[in-house]
Write a new protein. Structure first.
Ligand code: GLN
Length: 384
């Protein structure tokens, strides 16, 4: 057995979801909405199962979906792309794995931003890469360009960049991103951009893709996911946008990971991506309302809630909330004693520079679920 995996724990998402199921706790841990998804997309997928092909689609993806992804990014992010720049994968995680396998040679260094979404580090290591961490700090989680520059050396090959960022719920601003892009150009780095939360942005923010910054289109692998866009996290339909010289090697890696992605789900996603801008605005408004509901209730109950600019998540600073203890221990107590599952941010730190104890809560839930969860946490806090 490879020692990396032999000694690895189950992901924090699965661990907390299993505990929530076993205890009957409200699950605000793993990030998934509690609805069943948009009815028109469910119907389109069902129709495609019954009337469309159920055999292997092309490894690059259904042509109609590749065109739909390109048109979507032209319309929503003003990107100069076409269907040939698009590859369809079985979710963003597969796209990230394929990107790292295609870009990294043994010994290459890869910049990761901490707190680091949990899949990145094991995938970098298994691809033979050496991680270099740049640690972000609450409450504002700003990118320090000095820290990024200090992490870059002659062996640095790539950065893995996630905006809006999970688990911090921060969307990086134009100044930070322009400086990051300039460093990528100056040091000839490839940017592997996990942008699965690109549509889940609040307070009238617009998504900034690193791909659009000067000199970046030729060196960026931009990754998106239908799961987050349409609240269908189990579908696992992802897409990669990149120029052919980068997309080609990634497609070679993809052909030996999953080869292709269920054609019926691809057909339904193609339909969804063509929806009007108003449909995406409505989705954002709905989630923003849920964010405000949970954040407001927790803050009124004495919790210190950090700003959430995007994603399904908000973070709570435990020490500032008057809750003693390590974040992981608090999460284990919450699930058993309060009946609420959350995610400790310590699961996303490997460098040893973890700044404080912070937990992440998912607010993509019905009002009654959010109200009940907040009430349980507030009562628990009063009792300890
Ligand atoms: N992206 C999800 C989250 O952050 C987790 C996905 C998974 O469990 N692999 O909660």
């Amino acid at each position: 057995m490879n020692p990396l995996y032999a000694s690895m724990p189950t992901t924090i998402f699965e661990e907390m979801s299993l505990l929530a199921r076993a205890t009957g706790a409200i699950n605000l841990g793993q990030g998934f909405p509690d609805g069943s998804g948009p009815a028109d997309l469910l119907q389109a997928a069902a129709d495609a199962v019954l009337t469309g092909s159920n055999q292997y689609p092309p490894s690059m993806g259904l042509p109609q979906l590749r065109h739909a992804v390109a048109r979507h990014y032209q319309a929503h992010q003003n990107l100069d792309v076409e269907a040939d720049d698009v590859l369809i994968t079985s979710g963003a995680t597969e796209a990230i794995a394929a990107a790292l396998l295609a870009v990294i040679s043994p010994g290459d260094e890869v910049i990761l931003f901490e707190p680091t979404y949990d899949a990145y580090l094991p995938l970098v290591l298994r691809a033979g890469g050496a991680p270099k961490f740049v640690t972000l700090r609450p409450p504002d989680w700003r990118l320090s360009l000095e820290d990024v520059e200090a992490a870059i050396g002659p062996k640095t090959r790539a950065i893995v960049f996630n905006t809006p960022m999970n688990p911090t719920a921060r969307a990086f601003d134009r100044t930070e991103m322009a400086a990051l892009a300039a460093l990528c150009v100056a040091h000839d780095l490839v940017a592997i951009c996990d942008e699965v939360w690109e549509h889940v942005l609040f307070d009238a923010r617009r998504h900034l893709p690193l791909f659009a910054f000067e000199g970046m289109a030729e060196r960026t692998l931009k990754i998106g996911s239908a799961g987050k866009i349409f609240a269908l996290t189990g579908w696992k339909v992802g897409f990669v946008l990149a120029r052919p010289h980068l997309l080609g090697p990634l497609a070679r890696a993809h052909q030996f990971l999953t080869f292709s992605t269920p054609p019926n789900l691809q057909a339904a996603v193609a339909l969804g991506l063509g929806k009007s801008a108003a449909a995406f605005d409505a989705m954002r408004a709905d989630l923003q309302r849920s964010r405000d509901r949970l954040a407001g209730a927790l803050a009124a109950g004495g919790f210190s809630v950090l700003p959430s600019q995007g994603t399904y998540f908000l973070c709570v600073d435990l020490a500032a909330s008057g809750v003693p203890g390590a974040d992981r221990e608090v999460c284990l107590r919450w699930v058993r004693e309060a009946g609420v599952a959350a995610i400790p941010l310590s699961a996303f730190y490997a460098s040893g520079h973890r700044p404080g104890d912070v937990v992440r809560l998912c607010f993509a839930k019905a009002d009654a679920v959010l109200d009940e969860a907040a009430e349980r946490l507030i009562q628990w806090r009063k009792a300890v």
